[in-house]
Design a protein around this ligand. Structure first.
Ligand code: TRP
Length: 337
């Protein structure tokens, strides 16, 4: 086993990947692979916690995997959660190390259950949604991860994960689980170019996100029409729209252009059209690389699927080992009777 520290992160299967997803999380996953031993899951069990469509779920699961590979995640580091049923098994065990009160205080549960209530037609709030953070704790602890790179919105779930680990350790009288730490790295906050006060997101509509595999012309058009300055009084501070364009430029790796345009901004001579042109170039260059890889994957889907199944099977061995040890410690029946 290598002495590298371990990273675990996961993503829900959703449709196409946009630059908010990429710069906000996935680009970081790709970078971390150089320094850490990484495992990254596509969490399809989690996706069942909200109303969903079975056919779409399976389609989205494969789709996001192809996308992750296209943007640079190593196949060997990827797994599909439901191909490793030990996650669900450990989640049950952890349910017994976590209180009802704790789960009811989770803000994501409160927000999402309110969301379902808002849609009058769909008031079904699943127990799976309530138990969602326990399954997340299982995802993390099953691989004995040292670090979990996630956004601020997941901090409460990480706190709960450490709590479950501590309660388990106390019960079994052994420091079995290492407490995982949240890895906050400098990640840009990518806002919608059509409304820079909102996060870039798919649910807000087509104008509000730029897909990483989009046609060049579309990317250019969306950046060209980006909101810069709405004439609001920013009290000498950069407007949200311009700030967002600068972050996109920096995130896309165009450091020189970023610095020289920032100098222009500071001296009051920045032309928005030039800033937009550079941002569009940055995104188009990245997208070209992604699209080329995506093309290769499209022509090779069967093979790639087989490789993902194989990597999941390989990663599963680690999960099985943990569950064996946990069952032994927790007093469940084992093979040694
Ligand atoms: N809850 C996470 C999200 O909504 C996804 C997730 C599930 C996750 N299991 C995880 C993230 C384990 C990190 C580690 O983004």
């Amino acid at each position: 086993m290598s002495s590298k520290k371990r990273i675990l992160s996961a993503i829900q299967p959703t449709g196409n990947m946009h630059f908010g997803n990429y710069f906000g999380a996935v680009q970081n996953w790709v970078r971390l692979q150089k320094e850490y031993e990484c495992v990254y899951g596509v969490v399809d069990y989690h996706a069942m916690s909200m109303p969903y469509n079975p056919k779409k779920l399976r389609e989205n699961t494969w789709n996001i995997l192809f996308n992750l590979i296209a943007v640079g995640v190593d196949i060997d580091n990827l797994f599909i959660q439901s191909l490793i049923p030990e996650h669900a098994e450990l989640s049950w065990i952890f349910n017994c190390f976590c209180s009802y009160g704790q789960l009811s205080r989770m803000t994501q549960f409160k927000d999402k259950s309110l969301q379902s209530k808002d849609k009058a037609s769909d008031e079904f709030i699943s127990a799976g949604l309530f138990g969602y953070p326990v399954l997340q704790a299982a995802d993390i602890l099953i691989y004995k991860a040292d670090f979990v790179p996630v956004g601020k919105d997941q901090e409460q779930h990480l706190e709960l994960t450490r709590n479950i680990a501590e309660r388990f350790n106390r019960q079994v009288g052994k420091e079995y689980f290492v407490l995982p730490e949240t890895l906050f790295t400098k990640i840009p906050k990518v806002m919608s170019t059509a409304d820079p006060t909102k996060k870039m997101s798919k649910s807000a509509g087509d104008k509000h996100h730029i897909t990483v595999f989009a046609e060049e012309a579309r990317i250019r058009k969306q950046i060209k029409s980006a909101v810069t300055d709405t004439g609001e009084n920013t009290e000498g501070k950069m407007s949200a729209g311009v700030e967002n364009l600068f972050s996109l430029l920096e995130a896309s790796g165009k450091t020189e252009a970023h610095n020289s345009l920032m100098d222009s901004y500071n001296s009051g001579s920045l032309k928005y059209s030039e800033l937009k042109e550079e941002v569009a170039n940055g995104l188009v260059d990245l997208s070209a690389v992604f699209k080329a890889r995506k093309g290769e994957i499209e022509g090779n889907k069967k093979e790639i699927k087989a490789q993902i199944k194989a990597s999941s099977a390989q990663i599963r061995k680690r999960a099985q080992q943990t569950v064996r040890e946990v069952k032994e410690l927790a007093g469940l029946a084992n093979v040694k009777f």
